[in-house]
Design a protein around this ligand. Structure first.
Ligand SMILES: Nc1nc2c(ncn2[C@@H]2O[C@H](COP(=O)(O)OP(=O)(O)O)[C@@H](O)[C@H]2O)c(=O)[nH]1
Ligand SMILES: [Mg+2]
Length: 329
């Protein structure tokens, strides 16, 4: 979802800066010592430029934390931690400013130096200070580098698009239902919360685009079996779910008794108190309870359209004003 370019290690960054400094040239200067001074200034400037611009690109490359939609705030908090991401980016920003400040005084001191030897001493001291600053944020750079994977793996869900979340025990028919109703084959993205992928499908009603998502591992078993990261991912879903389609399998060919499925439904109701839940009996070709709930067979394609229409109506009836304004959290 969030594609962040490679983050160098402290040593890698220092090497890059000094390599660039080594290529710096300064042809101007009437005397030899003048050229030596100019070259030294150019080298220090080149190193400082590489360091500050690279560090700056890291800060810009990561999602801007104060502008994140609540859904992604929650997911990023669950996977890498908002606080630690903030701390690491702040450290990078500190180093960027520090290098810039250190570089500022160097040209004046080089120009004031007594001779070539002193020029070299000043240049080396500046390089030493740059390196020391970068080494101080070594752990932060490593942590940012490690955060790239989880960020990239976040599911590609547009928080602005009306969203149907499909829930129910494993094998009740969630994936088949999502595949049946969404035009495109759902894109299964790597998902940091489970070994399985979250499937995001799309379909259009008139000019309105809808998302339908299947979240294996999150809404398919009792809450007490979920780890803290998964729990927070469930919380993230509350920010995007406009309706939940909860699938029951009265045939119990999924391997779970209807009573257990019913208990999971109660859990999901508790987790999403503000989201309408459409309870649907799937596998109607095998068995229905006869309790008057909407029923369908994803396999036979019977009743599917009616269920989708009902879900769309519920999803669009949600007042958008219920969502907090962006940037308020
Ligand atoms: N008979 C019948 N089987 C179905 C129906 N919907 C899904 N299945 C089957 O149930 C199994 C599990 O379906 P799947 O979509 O993978 O369930 P999920 O684990 O909830 O995603 C598959 O073998 C499906 O073909 C249905 O309406 N009727
Ligand atoms: Mg599935």
């Amino acid at each position: 979802m969030y594609e962040v370019s490679t983050v160098l290690s402290a040593q890698g960054l220092i090497d890059k800066a000094f390599r660039r400094a080594g290529k710096a040239t300064a042809s101007k200067g009437r005397t030899r010592v003048e050229r030596t001074r100019n070259l030294a200034v150019a080298k220090v400037q080149a190193a400082a430029d590489v360091l500050t611009s690279t560090l700056e690109s890291y800060i810009r490359g990561f999602p801007s934390l104060d502008r994140l939609p609540p859904f992604y705030r929650e997911l990023i908090d669950a996977t890498i931690g908002l606080q630690s991401l903030h701390t690491n980016l702040a450290a990078v920003d500190w180093a960027r400013g520090k290098v810039r400040d250190l570089a500022k005084g160097v040209p004046r001191r080089i120009q004031a130096a007594a001779g070539a030897t002193q020029v070299t001493t000043i240049r080396k001291a500046a390089f030493g200070r740059f390196a020391s600053v970068v080494h101080q944020i070594s752990k932060n750079l490593d942590a940012l580098g490690a955060a790239r994977g989880p960020l990239k793996g976040l599911p590609d869900i547009d928080p602005e698009v009306p969203t149907i979340v499909v829930a129910g025990y494993p094998n009740v028919g969630k994936s088949l239902f999502v595949r049946t109703v969404s035009t495109a084959k759902p894109r299964v993205a790597p998902y940091p919360f489970t070994t399985q992928g979250v499937a995001v499908g799309h379909f259009d009603v008139g000019y309105t685009r809808f998302q339908i998502i299947d979240t294996p591992g999150l809404l398919d078993r009792p809450m007490e079996k979920r780890n803290p990261m998964e729990r927070q991912a469930v919380t993230a879903l509350t920010h995007v779910a406009d309706v939940i389609v909860f699938l029951l399998d009265p045939s119990e060919t999924c391997g779970y008794e209807l009573a257990a499925q019913q208990r999971l439904l109660d859990t999901v109701r508790d987790l999403f108190p503000d989201v309408p839940i459409l309870v649907v009996e799937n596998k109607a070709d095998l068995r229905t309870t006869g309790l008057g709930r909407p029923a369908m067979s994803s396999l036979a394609g019977q009743g599917v359209k009616e269920v989708l229409d009902a879900a769309v109506r519920l999803a669009t009836s949600r007042a958008p004003a219920a969502a907090p304004p962006l940037g308020s959290g």
